[in-house]
Design a protein. Sequence first.
Length: 394
Amino acid sequence: MNLRPSLAILLLVVGAACADESSEVDTVLRSDSAGTTIVENTAPQPAVWTTGDATLSIGVLAGEPEYELSGVFFGRLLDDGRIVISDGGSRELRVFSAEGVFERRMGGAGEGPGEFGYPGHIYPRGDTLRVWDPRLRRFTDFDRESGDVIDVRNVPGEILNAEPASMLENGDVIFMSDQYDIPDVGFELMYTAFVRVSPGGEILDSLPSQPLARMGPLEAVSMVGGPVFGFRAMGVGTANGLWWGLASDPELRRFDADGSLSMIVRWPAGDRTVSAADIDLYMEESIESAPEESRPRRRQIVAAQGFADEFPVLEDLRTSVSGGVWAKRFIRPGHEGPEVWDVFDASGERVAAIELPRGIWILEISSESLLAVVKDELDVERVQVIPFGPAGGP
């Protein structure tokens, strides 16, 4: 896979319309010798989007049990407007109408058919809801109308530390499989392997590995880890492949279902130098705010880790239903404001930046709204539909 750009095989200008030759160029597209599209977003600041008040909210402090939520990390907005969530506390799926009225539950704690060690990713497929259980390493298919169990399929044992990265349109699943050796001394770059598995559980092929994190032994504290603010990467799946983000650089990579690299997206991220003041703030936030009895151990761990010279770029990734990707900017020590996400469309153009409340957990991004988990001052979880759009727009 050749990632080196050729000398201007293709050059296109997109983004802000150019009224004359003096207009600012916001986005540049080119192609390398392997046919990979390279998108350079050059504008230092994109357009601003904002959020409105939630149009739907599900969740209560105390009341009917089906509305009391706990540990919701996965959820989907179905094509008929209904909402399905994975409730980690009860280990069940809960389905709500488009108006937020509880309809039915599926699953529950256990290891039998239709039960969960933990309900994870939810993949709607026609009249079926396919749910991943990371603890039991299996998929369970439910009839989304009746809640009946249709099928239960385990993941091949050869895939270690299996985690689904993407479910493709044909039902194949791309799994991440973290398989690496820790070096004896120092920090080395670790990679995650990708394996494509058929709907029936057959391993079809292995896809190119991707860098994951820089780690090594922390002998002084008998742990494995990496430098504070050190290299890390993250991915998010689409129906046609996946996006992979290098948190060490302002770069996203889009891979097709066969593992081929189809796009590289870059953008300016500003000065990321880690200063002595940044380290002091980190120590204050992560150590001085901890219980007194745990501070000595925490100081030992940080001393063994050390600090990277630059901050990461990314904190998290989410894909949108339109095939684009949202990239959460890394939250630096001392930051007290909202979270900022850069919004990229399916072509790789950075179309906006949007501010979201601290601690929001995005479940799904549609064209004009978010399905997200928001906690209040009492730590009560609520699943909300939150509209968004250009600042000052309708």
